[in-house]
Ligand binder design. Structure first.
Ligand code: G6P
Length: 614
């Protein structure tokens, strides 16, 4: 989390460019923001503001910052409250620094410096890096030597960028565990947490590898690896677009992204399926660098909403391809000494391709000889670059912190992967695969119908009842259980009302105790083989005064509708792929409730879109 950016420019001021970059990086955190530049006398001056970027903007408008070298930061607080004192950049002697990540050995390092009489201005671990570098400079080291000495002393996952007083043509940048890209311009140089922030400045990008640090000048970058050796890292021309994504006619990015789902699922599927216009449709995934027939197991690793995509993917892959699949939260997988069989695959699912736990889980798989694979939305991201087999989703930039279109495109990609594996392993005939793919391509039209039908109006009405509730229970069976969990996650993260997703069959073992007169219970229950059992659960809820909000398909509405206070109905689609369609009403319900409560839908409190700390 935290977004960092740096610029060495020529005949213009750096601050406006840095601020524009911070706007693109705001998805990484929005607790505070700041910029430092080297001004007339060559010393760093800084401007910081607690809260969102708008606060910093007000200050920059009032008094623009001068200077052609600068760094900027948008913060997601880890060490110390989100106030101006802890906002970056931090200063130590001649150094100005911005940092993303956590220095895990901050305490002993701080104590070591304090024992030498060094005093600190902030509670941040960031200042420790700057003070260490300052100490080396005071001892007479060159900036390069100071970096070479300090880097091996820092533990944790981090990236940082420094400016030095009097060094108008120098930036020091380091990456260990969290992303940092260098941008090479025409007599200018840049660096940032991602290529999205660099795209309007330059398309020539050098991605630092783990443990790398760089001395950046307007003429180019010199990169050293963990061992201090000078290394060549390839320059790539980024495909990431520099266009700022707008909200169009929508009130929030989340609303816009919900409404884009039919289109982006369509793009994703078109990229992964061939022959739809002909006799037989077949998957056209990137070449598989492994033999699908001998694949022994797939271990899916992901965080948050992406992990729910993985859980649904597990049902599909096991059913269609007959490969055992385990789906693990990346943060758990990393520390539980998993047993990974020979010939197995670790499949990371990630919108950003940068989530630290997911990236590290993939690396753990690689270290244990697993085939590494990724379902990733951001091309050129760490997971997209490190996985051997990548299935791209084509959701486009997702700006709302609560994931919507990234999730449904992940499902679309996993669906094609399940069919492809089934076909390659002989678990599906070409005709059966063709049937599954064709029914999958009907999903975008079904989503269009949902978004243009009564679901939004109904969700708006339900939301007005929900704003005063303390808890909402979400129940479902099979893949609808996962949709229920995703619905509960979406609901709580943007409305701040407690919500819990549970397997409907498990309701009797605990959650039923929550139900009293008026407790809302969202049932995700299409007409599938489990309908009869879900019906009994609904009756049990009703018998205790619970209010049923039913998310279902046409047949389910006929069958269960009379037990529900409210019905959010989707068109009937192939039951296998129904979770993609059923997700849309739970997204809309969360959105409408947040709207009714007046919360910050796109930037909910305490959250960030890309989680690059543990
Ligand atoms: C954060 C975001 C979620 C996302 C999760 C995983 O929690 O708010 O929307 O699902 O990270 O992110 P990834 O980029 O790896 O999919």
């Amino acid at each position: 989390m935290c977004g960092i950016i740096g610029a060495l420019v020529t005949d213009r001021d750096a601050a406006p460019l840095l601020f524009d970059g911070l706007r693109r990086l705001e998805y990484r955190g929005y607790d505070s923001a700041g910029i430092a530049t080297l001004d007339g006398d060559g010393r760093p001056t800084r401007r910081r503001a607690a809260g969102k970027l708008d606060n910093l903007q007000t200050s920059l408008y009032a008094a623009p910052m001068k200077g052609r070298s600068g760094i900027g930061h948008t913060r997601w607080a880890t060490h110390g409250p989100a106030n101006e004192t802890n906002a970056h950049p931090h200063l130590a002697g001649p150094i100005a620094i911005v940092h993303n990540g956590i220095i895990e050995n901050e305490k002993p390092l701080r104590a070591e410096l304090a024992a030498e009489g060094v005093t600190f201005e902030s509670d941040t671990d960031t200042e420790v890096i700057a003070r260490l570098l300052h100490r080396e400079l005071q001892r007479g080291s060159s900036p390069e030597d100071a970096m070479a000495t300090v880097m091996p002393r820092l533990a944790g996952a981090f990236a940082f960028v420094c400016l030095l007083a009097g060094e108008d043509d120098l930036m020091l940048a380091a990456r260990q565990g969290t992303p940092l890209a260098l941008g090479l311009g025409d007599g200018e140089a840049f660096c940032a947490s991602d290529a999205l922030a660099l795209a309007p400045l330059t398309r020539r990008v050098v991605y630092l590898e783990e443990g790398d640090w760089a001395v950046l000048r307007r003429s180019g970058a010199e990169v050293r690896n963990r061992a201090g050796e000078t290394v060549d890292r390839p320059e790539v021309v980024t495909e990431v677009s520099g266009a700022l994504v707008g909200k169009g006619n929508f009130r929030h990015f989340m609303e816009k992204e919900i409404h884009e789902q039919d289109e982006v699922i369509g793009y994703t599927l078109r990229g992964l399926i061939d022959g739809l216009g002909g006799d037989i449709a077949k998957p056209s995934l990137p070449a598989m660098p492994f033999d699908p027939k001998t694949l022994s197991k797939i271990t899916i690793v992901a965080c948050g909403t992406a992990s729910y995509a993985g859980q649904i993917g597990k049902y599909w892959i096991e059913r269609l391809a007959r490969v055992p699949v385990e789906c693990d939260l990346a943060s758990e997988f990393r520390y539980r000494e998993p047993v990974l069989p020979e010939g197995g695959m670790v499949l990371a699912i990630s919108q950003s391709g940068e989530t630290l736990d997911t990236t590290e889980a993939l690396r753990l798989g690689a270290a244990q000889g697993q085939i590494t694979a990724g379902v990733v939305n951001v091309p050129e991201s760490t997971i997209a670059r490190e996985a051997r087999f990548v299935i791209p989703t084509k959701a486009g930039p997702e700006i709302g912190v609560a994931s919507t279109k990234a999730f449904t495109t992940q499902l679309a990609a996993l669906a094609v992967f399940a069919v492809a594996l089934g076909l390659e392993r002989g678990a599906l005939t070409p005709e059966a695969a063709d049937g599954h793919l064709r029914s999958l391509t009907e999903i975008p039209a079904a989503i269009r119908t949902i978004l243009h039908g009564p679901v939004i109006r109904r969700a708006e009405a339900i939301a007005h009842d929900l704003v005063d509730k303390h808890t909402v229970l979400y129940l479902g069976r099979g893949t609808s259980w996962t949709v229920a969990m995703e619905g509960a996650l979406k609901f709580k993260e943007i409305s701040y009302i407690h919500a819990e997703g549970y397997a409907a069959g498990e309701m009797k073992h605990g959650p039923i105790a929550l139900i009293e007169e008026g407790t809302p219970v969202v049932f995700v229950a299409p007409e599938d083989g489990l309908a009869e059992k879900t019906l009994s659960n609904m009756r049990q809820v009703r018998a205790r005064g619970g209010e049923v909000i039913l998310v279902t398909d046409e047949k389910g509405a006929d069958r269960f509708g009379e037990l529900a206070e409210h019905v959010l109905e989707v068109p009937t689609v192939d039951p296998l792929w129904a979770p993609i369609a059923l997700t849309v009403p739970v997204q809309v319900l969360a959105y409408e409730t947040a709207l009714a409560k007046g919360t910050d839908v796109d930037q909910p409190r305490n959250l960030a879109k890309s989680v690059t700390v543990e």
